[in-house]
Design a protein around this ligand. Structure first.
Ligand code: CA
Length: 227
């Protein structure tokens, strides 16, 4: 989880972490960070210090009372580094802005290795549902044996639906899981991506059998009966 109010930085880090096989959620202020840390139980928290509503020092102190999740602080100034050391906040590491992407990713890998929390890339996960096959480690998908090309968000959306097959997922939940809690947009984004997905995996997109609409809620993935 990234707790960072600078959207460009947060999105850049998210993009590069996802390329390494991690799944990433972003919180844009301290309160959201705290709330998400409790709900999503991330394996690593990258925590900026200057944040709206609640600063990173406070977030770190509170989280540390509740969990031993690794925390990496992002600092912008030397006096923040001094405070991290002085206050014994329980942060596992810190990195000073501006930092290089390479250094950041190396630190993340080191922390995850130390805490024995490996990215998905370490374990191959293949989901099968009816005629659909998804390999989350190589991010490839097949329908009826033919590989289908899915853009980033469509792939994540389909994976989320298939992992939770048989369960009605609300648009808000899908938005949060696939686009992140700080996503600026609305639930129609979900509908548009569902339409694109149906065109790729449904024999008759107008009469979907796998991705079912749950009226007033969202969507549910079902494995169609093979006739
Ligand atoms: Ca900040």
């Amino acid at each position: 989880m990234l707790v960072e109010d600078e959207t460009t930085l947060a999105e850049t880090l998210r993009y590069n972490l996802e390329r390494e096989g991690y799944s990433v959620i972003i919180a844009a202020d301290g309160m959201q960070g705290l709330d998400q840390a409790r709900r999503a139980q991330p394996d690593l928290i990258v925590l900026d210090i200057m944040l709206p509503l609640l600063d990173g020092f406070s977030v770190c102190r509170i989280i540390r009372q509740e969990s031993d999740v690794p925390i990496m602080m992002l600092t912008a100034r030397q006096d923040e580094v001094d405070r991290i050391a002085g206050l014994e906040l329980g942060a596992d590491d810190y990195i000073s802005k501006p930092f290089s992407l390479g250094e950041f990713l190396a630190r993340v890998r080191a922390i995850m290795r130390r805490s024995d929390r490996q990215p998905r890339a370490g374990a191959r996960e293949v989901l099968e549902a009816g005629t659909l096959r998804i390999d989350t480690s190589s991010r490839r998908a097949w329908c009826e044996g033919n590989e289908i090309t899915l853009p980033h968000k469509e792939f994540d959306l389909l994976t989320c639906l298939v992992r939770n097959r048989g369960i009605a997922l609300s648009r808000d939940l899908l938005l949060e899981r696939v686009w992140g809690i700080d996503f600026i947009g609305d639930s129609r984004t979900v509908d548009v991506h569902i339409r694109w997905l149906r065109e790729k995996i449904e024999p008759d997109p107008a009469r979907p059998r796998s991705i079912q609409t749950v009226r007033g809620i969202g969507y549910r993935f079902e494995v169609p009966e093979l006739l």
